[in-house]
Design a protein around this ligand. Structure first.
Ligand code: CA
Length: 679
């Protein structure tokens, strides 16, 4: 009760500070839509539409198109034969329906015609665009396409099922860019840079090792997390013979796959079918699929579908001058707290989960979304499939009008239900800050990071042995349970792990750098929470020191499959470390209570030595006791073991099971990890 009272006092304090940006104190129940979340809302007079049929509703005898645009004075629908040609077949004035909706009814079979909407607002005709709900678009996303979605299903799609996932903490994520995987000549993959590249099995590098989807399955991760794969701008889909690269954080059409990853961007059906084939192949390989969704902004602002059809509504503005805020750092930020934006996000997520069988969603700059939207997203997705995982970046890319206490941020993770956040505390504690190239972390010799590493080991939750005041970023726990935290040391942003280690430790030998690399991800793969690996880290991926490769050429971004051969020992190590995690549930405890009860740090009295015990068959582990030790120093260390005989599972980066046992005291080699156990 006391806690609750304190919560309300602090909440009202923040509400007072938020001034005229007060949020309505009563948030809507899950599933409902409200017009009033921000008290400052220049669009609050707009009527809301609650129906689920915005966009194209196709049938053989009648196609109905609906678009929500309360400020429009007129709305035109144009039909075309092709996705860009000067071949309009019809121009139709839409009829104004109830609740700000414009409607056009097209009798007969209009399948595979392309279309645009055009709104007249304040006496001016805006640009032609597809509706934001468009499920199929032509080349470069300029026109929508009327399609029969059933015709986009690959053979056997109705039987497609993801592999089992019992607990979210059983997930091991692998973050991948579609093009990077296959574009190198030595990938052995035919469909280079395409969704279909992820359907090719039996592909090899020049040394006969598996590549592509086989490689990912061989590594043993559970989820392939795809960088933006919805339709984005930044790659000209009409010039695919010219090599082009973009990460894809420029959303254009949220509800359809990216055209440049398809074999034919002209025909909106092809990318849909090929995306589904990719999902089907991944599922068949025992891999689940996560999509990186970027609902927090659009690539264009005033030229976006959103702004051309309903100016202003989909974006946040500053109250003082009405200017668009830019919390994404990309020119705008969407207003998830506005009812029709929230509705759009929820319906889009539901659509990807149902139509494309996507098993998880990663939210870019999630703190730009309000918690209510994220909680509703979790609720609607879990109603489809409770094993769907949802996580995001618990920060923004700039200042936002959304009050901090309403943001889906890292510090508010505990107030959300089943929405995980990235643990930048562990990330930077292990390998050094991403904001300072020269800084080091625990794995690269820093002497002040142990407490922050321990914070990650317990998955950013409450634990009696953590001194939160000594944690690098967060001075208090933020996750209720381990499934609310993503532990990682590298991702597409910033340097690759290897590049970061090399740049921050120019004095280290190649052999030492590899040890640091192994130590870094051994920490990730043994920690509580959900581990996340950047594709290629298992073969010492380098971008040649490039820290922001969002539009850099393939030569910087692609995975060079010869790395797998050159670094075959490292690959074998990652594979074994992943296998260890999958074999031992003690590393994957599902709740904080279990972590508090079963994870005990051993005193080391050394800032470069971390040791902990996983006790009493934690989470039904076959091993009764496990000891994990990390030595971040460049000299060997000793540690006194708890009583009894301990067998060695990992020593000097060798996984072994030779039955040899030790007691009393062990020596841990410089920059290494050790795992001991009792059966
Ligand atoms: Ca595109």
């Amino acid at each position: 009760m006391k806690t609750i009272i304190i919560f309300f006092i602090s909440l009202s304090g923040i509400l007072l500070m938020a001034g005229s940006y007060l949020l309505a104190q009563k948030m809507p129940a899950a599933g409902s839509v409200t017009s009033k979340s921000l008290a400052y809302d220049p669009y609050e007079s707009y009527p809301l539409y609650h129906g689920g049929d915005l966009g194209v509703n196709y049938s053989k005898s009648l196609t109905v198109l609906k678009i929500w645009s309360p400020p429009a004075q007129e709305m035109k629908l144009r039909l075309y034969k092709t996705s860009t040609g000067n071949d309009m077949t019809e121009e139709i004035g839409c009829r104004k329906d109830e609740f700000g909706v414009w409607k056009a009814e097209l009798p007969g079979d209009r399948k595979n015609l392309y279309y645009t909407f055009q709104a007249k607002i304040n006496g001016k005709w805006n640009d032609e665009n597809p509706d934001p709900y468009a499920k199929a678009v032509g080349v470069n996303g300029k026109r929508g396409e009327i399609i029969d979605l059933n015709e986009t299903n690959p053979t056997g799609w109705e039987n497609d099922k993801p592999p089992l996932l019992k607990n979210h903490t059983d997930a091991i994520l692998y973050e991948l860019h579609i093009r990077d995987l296959s574009v190198a000549a030595n990938s052995g993959i035919k469909n280079k840079g395409k969704f279909l590249g992820l359907t090719e099995s039996g592909t090899k590098n020049s040394h006969g090792q598996s590549t592509g989807i086989d490689h990912i399955a061989e590594l043993g991760v559970t989820h392939v997390h795809l960088l933006p794969s919805f339709d984005f701008s930044g790659v000209d889909e009409s010039k695919l013979n010219v090599p082009q690269f973009n990460w894809g954080y420029n959303p254009q059409n949220f509800n359809t796959p990216e055209g440049s990853y398809s074999t034919d961007p002209e025909d909106g059906r092809v990318r849909i079918r090929e995306f589904k084939e990719m999902v089907q192949s991944l599922h068949q390989k025992g891999l689940r699929v996560v999509m990186d969704v970027v609902y927090n902004h659009t690539g264009q602002t005033h030229n976006s579908n959103f702004d051309q059809l309903v100016p202003g509504y989909y974006y946040r503005q500053w109250e003082k001058d009405g200017k668009y805020s830019n919390g994404s750092g990309c020119g705008n930020e969407t207003a998830s707290d506005r009812a029709m934006v929230r509705k759009f996000i929820l319906e889009s997520l539901t659509y990807w989960a149902r139509e494309y069988h996507v098993d998880g969603f990663r939210f870019d700059l999630m703190a730009l979304h309000d918690m209510e939207t994220m909680n509703q997203a979790a609720a609607v997705l879990r109603a489809i499939d409770p094993s769907i995982i949802i996580y995001g970046e618990g920060w923004t890319g700039g200042d936002s009008p959304l009050p901090e206490n309403y943001r889906a941020s890292k510090m508010n993770a505990g107030k959300m239900n089943g929405v995980a956040v990235f643990c930048d505390d562990l990330r930077d504690a292990v390998k050094g800050s991403v904001f300072d190239d020269k800084s080091t972390g625990f794995a690269s010799g820093a002497k002040i990071m142990a407490e922050s590493v321990k914070f990650g080991i317990v998955a950013a939750g409450e634990h009696p042995q953590i001194d939160y005041s000594a944690v690098n970023y967060s001075k208090k726990p933020y996750a209720k349970n381990p499934d609310e935290v993503i532990n990682y040391v590298s991702c597409h942003d910033n340097h690759t792990l290897y590049d970061k280690l090399k740049i921050s430790r120019p004095d280290a030998s190649e052999e030492e750098l590899v040890k640091m690399d192994k130590l870094a991800n051994t920490i990730v793969l043994t920690s509580q929470g959900i581990p996340f690996l950047h594709a290629g880290v298992e073969m010492k991926r380098t971008k040649g020191g490039e820290s922001n490769s969002f539009n850099k050429p393939d030569s910087v971004n692609r995975i060079n499959w010869d790395w797998k051969y050159v670094n075959r020992d490292l690959f074998a190590y990652y594979k074994d470390a992943i296998a260890l995690r999958k074999t031992h549930p003690a590393f994957r405890m599902p709740n904080n209570k279990m972590v508090q009860k079963n994870l005990l740090f051993l005193p080391t009295n050394d800032p470069q030595l971390i040791a902990y015990q996983l006790k009493d068959h934690a989470n039904n582990d076959s091993w009764q006791q496990i000891i994990v030790i990390f030595n971040g120093a460049d000299v060997e260390k000793n540690i006194v073991l708890p009583k009894g005989m301990w067998k060695t599972a990992l020593q000097n980066y060798q996984f072994k099971n030779d039955g040899k046992a030790c007691s009393d005291k062990v020596v841990i080699a410089p920059c290494s990890a050790m795992i001991l156990y009792q059966e």
